[in-house]
Design a binder for this molecule. Structure first.
Ligand SMILES: [Zn+2]
Ligand SMILES: [Zn+2]
Length: 234
């Protein structure tokens, strides 16, 4: 007797260290919640929609890689695994695992154009690891623009958190209203440099002494992330 199809069917080729789209979507959602971001805009609760959309994009990524490989590299590149990752934006290429990771947050917030831009960037990294001029030549040849990865709500929230944590004192110039951040409350003894230069011949002028905007809030966790597309933290 034949076994039920479900059991015979090969399980997904995912490794244990890879996380499913839904898993990543969940952690993206809880990260947004943690940072107090608005969740409604991208309909992240609609798991059904996102599951299909994200899988669709992965299929497109595979197809795109195969086309680029055939057209530009005579099919000589080995096909990488392409997955989503929990970076706040952009992506990475991990040479040892020959894996491309693309930010799920960025894909959800900015859709196909940014997803494709990151894909091309990481494909170019298969050929050239560094961000050398040769890298950008390869990237342009395969259709990438070379622009920086898009800013996401998650990245903005992480940066804001980082600044609040490391530069907790926020001050404002009473004259030009420009805002500054400092590490310590010593900043309250300083004056706005541009205004002092403009109106006081570069000398300290109490008229431009900083005013504190809000008291610093204690923050429990840090996190800064660059927005470069590649990286692989190397
Ligand atoms: Zn000023
Ligand atoms: Zn890169």
């Amino acid at each position: 007797m034949q076994a039920p199809r479900k059991q015979v069917k090969k399980k997904s080729r995912r490794r244990v260290d890879e996380r499913s789209e839904i898993d990543l979507l969940h952690s993206y959602r809880s990260a947004l919640q943690k940072y107090g971001c608005d969740l409604t805009e991208h309909d992240v609760d609609n798991e059904f929609y996102w599951y299909f959309r994200l899988s669709e994009l992965l299929a497109l990524a595979k197809k795109t890689f195969l086309e680029i490989n055939a057209r530009h590299f005579s099919g000589l590149l080995i096909e990488p695994r392409i997955i989503y990752c929990n970076r706040a934006t952009g992506g990475y290429y991990n040479k040892a695992r020959h894996t491309i990771g693309i930010s799920l947050a960025m894909t959800v917030e900015h859709g196909e154009p940014e997803f494709m831009e990151t894909l091309l960037h990481e494909i170019a990294h298969i050929v050239v690891q560094s961000h050398s001029p040769r890298f950008y030549t390869v990237l342009r040849n395969i259709g990438g623009s070379g622009k920086k990865a898009a800013l996401t709500t998650l990245l903005k929230a992480k940066r804001e958190r980082f600044l609040t944590e490391h530069y907790p004192v926020q001050v404002r110039c009473p004259n030009c209203k420009h805002e500054y951040r400092y590490r310590t409350r010593r900043a309250l003894r300083y004056a706005c440099r541009p205004c002092c230069e403009k109106f006081a011949k570069g000398k300290f002028d109490p008229r431009f002494k900083f005013v504190e905007i809000k008291p610093s809030l204690p923050m429990e966790e840090s996190g800064s992330e660059d927005s470069s597309r590649s990286g692989n933290q190397s």
